[in-house]
Design a protein. Sequence first.
Length: 395
Amino acid sequence: MENAALLKAIIENAIDGIITIDERGIVESINPSACKLFQYEPHEVIGKNVSMLMPQPYRQEHDHYINRYQTTGKPHIIGIGREVTGLRKDGTQFPFRLGVSDVNFSGRKIYAGFIHDLSREKEAEDKLKEYTSHLEEVVEERTLSLKQFVLELQKTKEEVSQSLEKEKELGQLKSRFVSMASHEFRTPLSAVQLSASLIDKYAEPLHSLQISKHVNKIKNAVGNLTTILNDFLSLEKLEAGRIEPSYTRFDLVKLAEELTEEMQIMAKQNQNILYQHTGTDSMVYLDINLLKNCIINLITNAIKYSGEDSFIEFSTEINASGCSITVKDNGIGIPESDQKHLFEAFFRAHNTGNIPGTGLGLNIVARYTALMNGRVDFQSNVNEGTSFTISFSTS
Protein backbone atom coordinates (compact mmCIF):
# COMPACT_ATOMS: atom_id res chain seq x y z
CA MET A 1 0.00 0.00 0.00
CA GLU A 2 2.82 2.35 0.84
CA ASN A 3 4.46 1.78 -2.57
CA ALA A 4 1.17 2.35 -4.36
CA ALA A 5 0.68 5.64 -2.48
CA LEU A 6 4.22 6.72 -3.35
CA LEU A 7 3.69 5.87 -7.02
CA LYS A 8 0.42 7.80 -7.07
CA ALA A 9 2.08 10.84 -5.45
CA ILE A 10 4.87 10.78 -8.05
CA ILE A 11 2.36 10.59 -10.92
CA GLU A 12 0.14 13.31 -9.46
CA ASN A 13 3.09 15.71 -8.97
CA ALA A 14 5.03 14.95 -12.15
CA ILE A 15 5.93 17.97 -14.28
CA ASP A 16 5.22 16.09 -17.52
CA GLY A 17 1.80 14.77 -18.43
CA ILE A 18 1.11 11.05 -17.93
CA ILE A 19 -1.82 9.18 -19.52
CA THR A 20 -2.54 5.47 -19.37
CA ILE A 21 -4.68 3.67 -21.98
CA ASP A 22 -5.72 0.11 -22.62
CA GLU A 23 -5.06 -1.92 -25.75
CA ARG A 24 -8.09 -0.38 -27.44
CA GLY A 25 -6.89 3.19 -26.82
CA ILE A 26 -9.33 3.98 -24.02
CA VAL A 27 -7.99 6.40 -21.38
CA GLU A 28 -7.83 4.82 -17.93
CA SER A 29 -6.01 7.64 -16.06
CA ILE A 30 -4.65 11.14 -16.59
CA ASN A 31 -2.47 13.15 -14.18
CA PRO A 32 -2.92 16.93 -13.36
CA SER A 33 -0.10 18.04 -15.66
CA ALA A 34 -1.71 16.30 -18.65
CA CYS A 35 -5.10 17.81 -17.72
CA LYS A 36 -3.51 21.25 -17.65
CA LEU A 37 -1.83 20.70 -21.03
CA PHE A 38 -5.04 19.50 -22.75
CA GLN A 39 -7.37 21.82 -20.71
CA TYR A 40 -9.67 18.95 -19.66
CA GLU A 41 -10.92 17.71 -16.32
CA PRO A 42 -10.12 14.02 -15.61
CA HIS A 43 -13.77 12.89 -15.92
CA GLU A 44 -13.95 14.46 -19.40
CA VAL A 45 -11.17 12.21 -20.68
CA ILE A 46 -11.25 8.97 -18.70
CA GLY A 47 -13.23 6.33 -20.54
CA LYS A 48 -12.86 8.12 -23.87
CA ASN A 49 -10.63 7.17 -26.77
CA VAL A 50 -7.27 8.87 -26.59
CA SER A 51 -7.75 10.06 -30.19
CA MET A 52 -9.87 12.91 -28.81
CA LEU A 53 -6.57 14.51 -27.77
CA MET A 54 -5.20 14.29 -31.34
CA PRO A 55 -5.78 16.62 -34.29
CA GLN A 56 -6.03 15.37 -37.86
CA PRO A 57 -4.28 13.50 -39.45
CA TYR A 58 -3.06 11.88 -36.21
CA ARG A 59 -6.64 11.07 -35.08
CA GLN A 60 -7.47 9.34 -38.37
CA GLU A 61 -4.24 7.36 -38.24
CA HIS A 62 -4.97 6.34 -34.67
CA ASP A 63 -8.47 5.15 -35.63
CA HIS A 64 -6.89 3.08 -38.41
CA TYR A 65 -4.49 1.50 -35.94
CA ILE A 66 -7.39 0.67 -33.55
CA ASN A 67 -9.38 -0.95 -36.38
CA ARG A 68 -6.38 -3.03 -37.37
CA TYR A 69 -5.97 -4.13 -33.74
CA GLN A 70 -9.59 -5.21 -33.55
CA THR A 71 -9.13 -7.24 -36.74
CA THR A 72 -5.68 -8.72 -36.13
CA GLY A 73 -5.39 -8.47 -32.36
CA LYS A 74 -2.05 -6.66 -32.70
CA PRO A 75 -1.85 -3.18 -31.08
CA HIS A 76 0.07 -0.26 -32.63
CA ILE A 77 0.36 2.99 -30.72
CA ILE A 78 1.37 5.94 -32.90
CA GLY A 79 3.87 8.57 -31.95
CA ILE A 80 6.17 6.34 -29.92
CA GLY A 81 9.52 8.07 -29.39
CA ARG A 82 8.82 11.06 -31.59
CA GLU A 83 7.37 14.52 -31.64
CA VAL A 84 3.62 14.74 -32.16
CA THR A 85 0.90 17.38 -31.95
CA GLY A 86 -1.77 17.56 -29.23
CA LEU A 87 -5.29 19.04 -29.42
CA ARG A 88 -6.53 21.14 -26.52
CA LYS A 89 -10.16 21.46 -25.48
CA ASP A 90 -10.35 24.97 -26.97
CA GLY A 91 -9.24 23.62 -30.35
CA THR A 92 -5.69 24.98 -30.24
CA GLN A 93 -2.76 22.70 -30.93
CA PHE A 94 0.63 22.33 -29.30
CA PRO A 95 3.74 20.23 -29.91
CA PHE A 96 4.96 17.61 -27.45
CA ARG A 97 7.38 14.75 -27.25
CA LEU A 98 5.69 11.40 -26.57
CA GLY A 99 7.31 8.47 -24.81
CA VAL A 100 5.29 5.24 -24.49
CA SER A 101 5.88 2.23 -22.27
CA ASP A 102 3.79 -0.97 -22.24
CA VAL A 103 3.12 -2.48 -18.83
CA ASN A 104 1.64 -5.90 -17.88
CA PHE A 105 -0.76 -5.27 -15.04
CA SER A 106 -3.24 -7.75 -13.48
CA GLY A 107 -3.00 -10.12 -16.42
CA ARG A 108 -3.52 -7.48 -19.08
CA LYS A 109 -1.37 -4.99 -20.99
CA ILE A 110 -1.72 -1.24 -20.56
CA TYR A 111 0.24 1.61 -22.14
CA ALA A 112 1.62 4.65 -20.29
CA GLY A 113 2.24 7.76 -22.32
CA PHE A 114 4.68 10.37 -21.05
CA ILE A 115 3.98 13.83 -22.52
CA HIS A 116 6.64 16.58 -22.47
CA ASP A 117 5.32 19.95 -23.68
CA LEU A 118 7.57 21.46 -26.42
CA SER A 119 5.68 24.76 -26.85
CA ARG A 120 8.41 26.96 -25.39
CA GLU A 121 11.18 25.08 -27.19
CA LYS A 122 9.31 25.31 -30.51
CA GLU A 123 8.57 28.99 -29.94
CA ALA A 124 12.23 29.64 -29.22
CA GLU A 125 13.18 27.52 -32.22
CA ASP A 126 10.79 29.45 -34.47
CA LYS A 127 12.17 32.73 -33.18
CA LEU A 128 15.69 31.48 -33.80
CA LYS A 129 14.75 30.44 -37.34
CA GLU A 130 13.09 33.82 -37.89
CA TYR A 131 16.12 35.64 -36.51
CA THR A 132 18.46 33.46 -38.59
CA SER A 133 16.40 34.15 -41.70
CA HIS A 134 16.38 37.86 -40.92
CA LEU A 135 20.11 37.77 -40.24
CA GLU A 136 20.72 36.02 -43.55
CA GLU A 137 18.67 38.69 -45.32
CA VAL A 138 20.62 41.44 -43.55
CA VAL A 139 23.94 39.76 -44.38
CA GLU A 140 22.88 39.32 -48.00
CA GLU A 141 21.68 42.92 -48.17
CA ARG A 142 24.86 44.24 -46.58
CA THR A 143 26.98 41.98 -48.76
CA LEU A 144 25.29 43.46 -51.81
CA SER A 145 25.75 46.95 -50.36
CA LEU A 146 29.40 46.19 -49.64
CA LYS A 147 29.92 44.90 -53.16
CA GLN A 148 28.24 48.02 -54.52
CA PHE A 149 30.38 50.17 -52.23
CA VAL A 150 33.55 48.39 -53.38
CA LEU A 151 32.56 48.89 -57.01
CA GLU A 152 31.84 52.58 -56.38
CA LEU A 153 35.09 52.88 -54.42
CA GLN A 154 37.03 51.34 -57.29
CA LYS A 155 35.28 53.67 -59.71
CA THR A 156 36.01 56.67 -57.47
CA LYS A 157 39.62 55.52 -57.09
CA GLU A 158 39.98 55.36 -60.86
CA GLU A 159 38.38 58.80 -61.23
CA VAL A 160 40.61 60.25 -58.48
CA SER A 161 43.65 58.62 -60.06
CA GLN A 162 42.75 60.12 -63.43
CA SER A 163 42.03 63.47 -61.79
CA LEU A 164 45.36 63.40 -59.94
CA GLU A 165 47.15 62.49 -63.14
CA LYS A 166 45.48 65.40 -64.94
CA GLU A 167 46.24 67.68 -61.99
CA LYS A 168 49.86 66.54 -62.07
CA GLU A 169 50.02 67.28 -65.78
CA LEU A 170 48.40 70.68 -65.22
CA GLY A 171 50.82 71.35 -62.36
CA GLN A 172 53.79 70.53 -64.57
CA LEU A 173 52.32 72.66 -67.35
CA LYS A 174 51.74 75.53 -64.91
CA SER A 175 55.27 75.19 -63.56
CA ARG A 176 56.75 75.30 -67.07
CA PHE A 177 54.55 78.25 -67.99
CA VAL A 178 55.45 80.25 -64.88
CA SER A 179 59.16 79.57 -65.37
CA MET A 180 58.95 80.45 -69.07
CA ALA A 181 56.86 83.57 -68.41
CA SER A 182 59.26 84.66 -65.70
CA HIS A 183 62.22 84.31 -68.03
CA GLU A 184 60.50 85.77 -71.09
CA PHE A 185 59.14 88.80 -69.21
CA ARG A 186 62.20 89.55 -67.13
CA THR A 187 64.42 90.24 -70.14
CA PRO A 188 62.21 92.90 -71.78
CA LEU A 189 61.35 94.39 -68.39
CA SER A 190 65.04 94.76 -67.60
CA ALA A 191 65.54 96.43 -70.97
CA VAL A 192 62.64 98.81 -70.30
CA GLN A 193 63.99 99.60 -66.84
CA LEU A 194 67.48 100.29 -68.22
CA SER A 195 66.08 102.42 -71.04
CA ALA A 196 64.01 104.44 -68.60
CA SER A 197 67.08 105.07 -66.46
CA LEU A 198 69.08 106.16 -69.53
CA ILE A 199 66.30 108.47 -70.68
CA ASP A 200 66.19 109.97 -67.19
CA LYS A 201 69.97 110.46 -67.28
CA TYR A 202 70.15 111.97 -70.76
CA ALA A 203 67.14 114.20 -70.11
CA GLU A 204 68.57 115.54 -66.87
CA PRO A 205 70.22 118.63 -68.49
CA LEU A 206 66.84 119.58 -69.97
CA HIS A 207 65.27 119.87 -66.49
CA SER A 208 61.95 118.68 -67.96
CA LEU A 209 59.39 117.82 -65.31
CA GLN A 210 57.23 116.05 -67.90
CA ILE A 211 60.05 113.74 -68.94
CA SER A 212 60.84 112.91 -65.30
CA LYS A 213 57.18 112.34 -64.58
CA HIS A 214 56.69 109.85 -67.41
CA VAL A 215 60.02 108.13 -66.77
CA ASN A 216 58.93 107.58 -63.16
CA LYS A 217 55.64 106.10 -64.39
CA ILE A 218 57.60 103.68 -66.58
CA LYS A 219 59.84 102.72 -63.65
CA ASN A 220 56.87 102.18 -61.34
CA ALA A 221 55.06 100.08 -63.92
CA VAL A 222 58.15 97.94 -64.48
CA GLY A 223 58.56 97.59 -60.71
CA ASN A 224 54.95 96.45 -60.31
CA LEU A 225 55.26 93.88 -63.10
CA THR A 226 58.53 92.60 -61.67
CA THR A 227 56.89 92.20 -58.25
CA ILE A 228 53.99 90.28 -59.79
CA LEU A 229 56.36 87.95 -61.61
CA ASN A 230 58.41 87.38 -58.48
CA ASP A 231 55.29 86.66 -56.41
CA PHE A 232 53.91 84.11 -58.88
CA LEU A 233 57.28 82.43 -59.25
CA SER A 234 57.69 82.23 -55.44
CA LEU A 235 54.15 80.84 -55.00
CA GLU A 236 54.71 78.21 -57.68
CA LYS A 237 57.90 77.03 -55.99
CA LEU A 238 56.20 76.95 -52.58
CA GLU A 239 53.26 74.93 -53.90
CA ALA A 240 55.64 72.49 -55.59
CA GLY A 241 57.61 72.09 -52.35
CA ARG A 242 60.81 73.12 -54.08
CA ILE A 243 61.88 75.68 -51.47
CA GLU A 244 64.05 74.55 -48.57
CA PRO A 245 65.84 77.02 -46.26
CA SER A 246 69.59 77.33 -46.84
CA TYR A 247 71.01 78.70 -43.59
CA THR A 248 74.11 80.88 -43.53
CA ARG A 249 75.56 83.36 -41.07
CA PHE A 250 75.37 86.92 -42.41
CA ASP A 251 75.32 90.53 -41.29
CA LEU A 252 71.67 91.56 -40.84
CA VAL A 253 72.50 95.25 -40.50
CA LYS A 254 74.47 95.27 -43.74
CA LEU A 255 71.58 93.54 -45.57
CA ALA A 256 69.05 95.98 -44.09
CA GLU A 257 71.10 99.01 -45.13
CA GLU A 258 71.45 97.71 -48.68
CA LEU A 259 67.72 97.06 -48.89
CA THR A 260 66.91 100.50 -47.49
CA GLU A 261 69.01 102.13 -50.21
CA GLU A 262 67.53 99.91 -52.90
CA MET A 263 63.92 100.40 -51.83
CA GLN A 264 64.32 104.16 -51.39
CA ILE A 265 64.62 104.43 -55.16
CA MET A 266 61.15 102.87 -55.48
CA ALA A 267 59.59 105.18 -52.88
CA LYS A 268 57.01 107.82 -53.76
CA GLN A 269 57.77 111.51 -53.80
CA ASN A 270 59.13 112.65 -50.43
CA GLN A 271 58.62 109.19 -48.98
CA ASN A 272 61.54 108.36 -46.71
CA ILE A 273 62.58 104.96 -45.37
CA LEU A 274 64.19 105.37 -41.96
CA TYR A 275 66.29 102.44 -40.77
CA GLN A 276 67.71 101.76 -37.32
CA HIS A 277 69.19 98.77 -35.51
CA THR A 278 69.02 97.86 -31.82
CA GLY A 279 71.64 95.64 -30.21
CA THR A 280 75.39 95.21 -30.20
CA ASP A 281 75.41 92.14 -32.42
CA SER A 282 74.57 92.19 -36.13
CA MET A 283 75.10 88.57 -37.20
CA VAL A 284 72.22 86.12 -37.69
CA TYR A 285 71.91 82.53 -38.90
CA LEU A 286 69.03 82.42 -41.40
CA ASP A 287 68.31 81.99 -45.11
CA ILE A 288 69.41 85.36 -46.50
CA ASN A 289 67.40 85.06 -49.73
CA LEU A 290 64.12 84.12 -48.02
CA LEU A 291 64.57 86.88 -45.43
CA LYS A 292 65.44 89.43 -48.13
CA ASN A 293 62.25 88.52 -50.03
CA CYS A 294 60.16 88.95 -46.84
CA ILE A 295 61.64 92.40 -46.11
CA ILE A 296 61.21 93.58 -49.72
CA ASN A 297 57.56 92.49 -49.68
CA LEU A 298 56.86 94.33 -46.42
CA ILE A 299 58.60 97.54 -47.49
CA THR A 300 56.94 97.40 -50.93
CA ASN A 301 53.54 97.19 -49.24
CA ALA A 302 54.44 100.07 -46.95
CA ILE A 303 55.39 102.18 -49.98
CA LYS A 304 52.20 101.25 -51.90
CA TYR A 305 49.75 101.81 -49.06
CA SER A 306 51.30 105.02 -47.71
CA GLY A 307 51.01 108.45 -49.25
CA GLU A 308 53.62 110.90 -50.43
CA ASP A 309 55.48 113.00 -47.83
CA SER A 310 55.45 110.13 -45.35
CA PHE A 311 57.92 108.09 -43.30
CA ILE A 312 58.39 104.32 -43.34
CA GLU A 313 60.12 103.00 -40.23
CA PHE A 314 62.33 99.98 -40.84
CA SER A 315 64.07 98.48 -37.80
CA THR A 316 66.01 95.40 -36.78
CA GLU A 317 66.84 94.10 -33.32
CA ILE A 318 69.11 91.33 -32.05
CA ASN A 319 69.10 90.32 -28.40
CA ALA A 320 69.60 87.24 -26.24
CA SER A 321 66.22 85.75 -27.17
CA GLY A 322 66.58 86.15 -30.95
CA CYS A 323 66.11 88.71 -33.68
CA SER A 324 63.21 90.68 -35.13
CA ILE A 325 62.55 92.84 -38.19
CA THR A 326 59.82 95.49 -38.12
CA VAL A 327 58.35 97.57 -40.95
CA LYS A 328 55.90 100.28 -39.90
CA ASP A 329 53.96 102.77 -42.02
CA ASN A 330 51.28 105.42 -41.44
CA GLY A 331 49.21 104.44 -44.49
CA ILE A 332 45.61 103.36 -45.09
CA GLY A 333 45.67 100.49 -42.57
CA ILE A 334 43.76 97.21 -42.71
CA PRO A 335 40.04 96.94 -41.80
CA GLU A 336 39.49 94.74 -38.75
CA SER A 337 37.07 92.47 -40.65
CA ASP A 338 39.80 91.72 -43.23
CA GLN A 339 42.63 91.04 -40.80
CA LYS A 340 41.78 87.35 -40.25
CA HIS A 341 42.20 86.69 -43.99
CA LEU A 342 45.35 88.79 -44.39
CA PHE A 343 47.79 85.92 -45.03
CA GLU A 344 45.56 83.98 -47.43
CA ALA A 345 46.76 83.71 -51.03
CA PHE A 346 45.22 86.25 -53.44
CA PHE A 347 43.39 88.07 -50.64
CA ARG A 348 43.35 91.88 -50.70
CA ALA A 349 41.74 94.17 -48.15
CA HIS A 350 38.57 95.96 -49.24
CA ASN A 351 40.10 99.42 -48.88
CA THR A 352 42.99 98.91 -51.34
CA GLY A 353 40.98 100.42 -54.21
CA ASN A 354 42.98 100.79 -57.43
CA ILE A 355 46.35 100.22 -55.75
CA PRO A 356 48.01 97.43 -57.81
CA GLY A 357 48.87 94.10 -56.18
CA THR A 358 48.44 90.32 -56.44
CA GLY A 359 47.41 89.52 -52.88
CA LEU A 360 50.31 87.08 -52.69
CA GLY A 361 52.99 89.12 -50.90
CA LEU A 362 51.92 88.53 -47.30
CA ASN A 363 51.10 84.87 -47.98
CA ILE A 364 54.67 84.42 -49.24
CA VAL A 365 56.08 86.35 -46.25
CA ALA A 366 54.18 84.10 -43.82
CA ARG A 367 55.24 80.89 -45.58
CA TYR A 368 58.89 81.91 -45.96
CA THR A 369 58.98 82.93 -42.30
CA ALA A 370 57.43 79.60 -41.27
CA LEU A 371 60.04 77.72 -43.31
CA MET A 372 62.70 79.41 -41.14
CA ASN A 373 60.73 78.57 -37.95
CA GLY A 374 59.79 82.20 -37.37
CA ARG A 375 56.50 84.02 -36.84
CA VAL A 376 54.78 87.11 -38.23
CA ASP A 377 52.82 89.55 -36.06
CA PHE A 378 51.05 92.73 -37.04
CA GLN A 379 49.05 95.64 -35.71
CA SER A 380 46.88 97.85 -37.87
CA ASN A 381 44.23 100.56 -37.68
CA VAL A 382 42.36 102.06 -40.61
CA ASN A 383 43.87 105.43 -41.70
CA GLU A 384 46.51 105.17 -38.97
CA GLY A 385 48.95 102.69 -40.44
CA THR A 386 50.26 99.15 -40.10
CA SER A 387 53.21 97.52 -38.38
CA PHE A 388 54.58 94.08 -39.33
CA THR A 389 57.16 92.23 -37.24
CA ILE A 390 59.03 89.08 -38.25
CA SER A 391 60.71 87.37 -35.30
CA PHE A 392 63.05 84.40 -34.90
CA SER A 393 63.87 82.80 -31.59
CA THR A 394 67.35 81.51 -30.70
CA SER A 395 65.92 78.89 -28.30
